[in-house]
Design a protein around this ligand. Sequence first.
Ligand code: OGA
Ligand code: NI
Length: 318
Amino acid sequence: MMMNFPIISLEKLNGVERKDTMEKIKDACENWGFFELVNHGIPHDLMDTLERLTKEHYRKCMEHRFKEVISSKGLDVVQTEVKDMDWESTFHVRHLPESNISEIPDLSDEYRKVMKEFSLRLEKLAEELLDLLCENLGLEKGYLKKAFYGSRGPTFGTKVANYPQCPNPELVKGLRAHTDAGGIILLFQDDKVSGLQLLKDGQWVDVPPMRHSIVVNLGDQLEVITNGKYKSVEHRVIAQTNGTRMSIASFYNPGSDAVIYPAPELLEKQTEEKHNVYPKFVFEEYMKIYAALKFHAKEPRFEALKESNVNLGPIAIV
Ligand code: OGA
Ligand code: NI
């Protein structure tokens, strides 16, 4: 059955539509791995300012560099499909456990300040969402936050991306298909230029651009903790011929030493054969494997971390 991409109005959690809204979130988590939030409480003028500063920064500091890299690799004149790179221009900022924004070059004071304010809002929103997931899963409030905590709290960071206008979108992806490694991902995407797609029932479905919305998706760690009740879903970015797409993706992930494993409450409710599908591991071990296998299927990543395979070394995971 084809259904419309789930759009959730968060303010409805405060009124008579709370139950319906929780149900919609549950359905989105179980069947899409993605949903789009409106009325999420993040001020629209803050988003507008961040968008303006991000686009200015791209034009001033990133665009020239991107074009140089593309032409030095001959990617502007390719005739066959390029499978080992993405048509994207990015930089990364870490917010937690400690911010590195003062070390990122070429950002104006205003851009740093606005990015910081936005990230604080998103951090709160991510934690609010984790508690809504707990409620839907029948886990105690705070369970997921605690599961991500490790010894120093969660890792939270932002990938600022622009997917430049591309002459040959059929030959090179903006970003190749993958699932996200971490916990919960919040995306502020361009409201005009589209390109993000998710894989649903074997079909690529567009994530519709919508002004001032926040797109949410679930990463591999939530699949493990929920013992597969929620799944991380494959997605990709198609570069566009009609303009550059901005995307500001923020990743709320476990701390590097957090130990990740299926919640015992969810294991108990499941049948025998669903036990032992997911391993128990330290998050940074997962990230080492992910770094090498990001654009591959996720199942071998889970397999590689099962206790019996841990000492087999890299041969076991390719
Ligand atoms: C990612 C990702 C999507 C986008 O960085 O993992 O999926 O639209 N980004 O930038
Ligand atoms: Ni992703």
